[in-house]
Design a protein around this ligand. Structure first.
Ligand code: ATP
Length: 371
């Protein structure tokens, strides 16, 4: 069993002035055998450092990493049954594809040459690169190089794959094809995989679970849909989902939430969630807002707004809406994603419906989800 456990791992770097940089802060994740876990977060949040600690390329300041229940902190990278695929592919330029793929096996196993050749050819066929075995990396396209890099990891038949933004150098179309291919491959091989990306489409579509990091601190681990629908905090809510969730900081007044731009009535059950808070952050996903042209506000969760900018995307469009400024000078804009057939236009008056069932509420001090 290749269950991978990150048990309270911390990485502290020391910079040139001697001050500490906490790159990874007490991270706990249990990755069951065969799981595809995607590690996401903004630039500098500690994704690569976490991956490098698992690979053995970085020492661990505190905590323990276990593979199949066994502590591997002190094991040199070559002794860990782990294969890593990098963004840069890291192929040896002077070797052919076949040599690149064989090299690891020749170095680390007792496997006879004939068997190595068989395994490499089999894997190359699976990856659709069997015709390229005699070429050098410089004679390959980016997509082909990436297949070779993946193939090289696969021939080693490791217990764990680590992948650091492996698709980010490919163009959008190839990235999307490779995404599906890689996901299918991982499922077929059943190898525990930790995949780093800052691309949330990759995170949402490829993973069994997502682990979201910010400033070295783990924010949430869950299935893509859990993280999307039940974010633990404001950071996760804003990070997952495209366009991002809309946020409004509002004052709590009796049975309503109030900003300068609008008043949002709340039911008794929502009122109880915000008890004891003077202010809360209201969050609403763009896709949860509906927009109607030529209508009057019909209930107290309907708001008169004006279309500011429309971003057509074919089947859908992102509509940036502004509340009227009757109550002050400031105009707050927010975004709704609606069907592309609505063909809204800038300057149009529309009614935006923000259903109470779809709102999220967060603590304004620490961002914790209240609803
Ligand atoms: P990106 O998406 O930009 O690659 P990341 O999430 O992978 O970012 P890391 O590369 O893990 O982030 O870096 C985490 C933090 O640790 C950053 O603040 C970075 O500057 C710092 N850091 C990383 N490596 C070192 C190092 N060798 N010495 C000092 N600080 C480092």
């Amino acid at each position: 069993m290749a269950e991978l456990t990150l048990d309270s791992i911390t990485k502290i770097f020391t910079d040139d002035d001697g001050s500490d940089i906490v790159a990874v802060d007490d991270v706990n994740v249990d990755i069951p055998d065969g799981e595809f876990l995607v590690l996401v977060g903004p630039s500098g949040c500690g994704k690569s450092t976490t991956l490098r600690m698992i690979a053995g390329l970085e020492t661990i300041t505190e905590g323990e990493i276990r593979l199949g229940g066994e502590r591997i902190n002190e094991q040199p990278p070559a002794d860990r049954d782990i294969a890593m695929v990098f963004q840069s592919y890291a192929l040896y330029p002077h070797m052919t594809v076949k040599q690149n793929m064989s090299f690891g096996l020749e170095e680390s196993t007792e496997m006879p040459d004939e068997k190595i050749s068989e395994v490499v050819t089999e894997t190359a066929t699976m990856m659709g690169i069997e015709d390229l075995l005699d070429r050098k990396p410089s004679e390959l396209s980016g997509g082909q190089q990436q297949r070779v890099a993946l193939g090289r990891a696969i021939v080693r038949d490791p217990e764990v794959f680590l992948m650091d933004e492996p698709l980010s150098n490919l163009d959008a179309k190839l990235r999307s094809t490779m995404r599906t291919e890689l996901q299918r491959l991982q499922e077929d091989l059943g190898v525990t995989t930790v995949y780093v990306t800052h691309d949330q489409t990759e995170a949402m579509t490829m993973s069994d679970r997502i682990a979201i990091l910010n400033d070295g601190v783990l924010q949430q681990v869950g299935t893509p849909l859990e993280c999307y629908h039940e974010p633990n905090n404001e950071f996760v809510a804003g990070f997952i989902g495209e366009p991002s969730m809309n946020f409004f900081e509002m004052a709590v007044e009796d049975d309503q939430l109030v900003t300068e731009q609008f008043t949002y009535p709340i039911s008794e059950s929502v009122r109880s969630e915000v008890d004891g808070h003077e202010r809360v952050m209201l969050g609403i996903r763009p896709s949860a807002i509906s927009v109607e042209v030529g209508a009057m506000p019909a209930d107290d969760h309907d708001f008169a707004t004006v279309v500011d900018v429309v971003e057509p995307m074919g089947d859908e469009e992102n509509v940036y809406l502004a509340f009227g400024d009757e109550r002050g000078d400031s105009v707050e804009t927010f975004v709704a994603t609606v069907g592309g057939m609505q063909r809204l236009e800038s300057g149009q008056s529309v009614v935006a419906h923000i259903p109470e069932s779809a709102i999220h509420l967060f603590d304004t001090d620490d961002g914790t989800a209240l609803k």
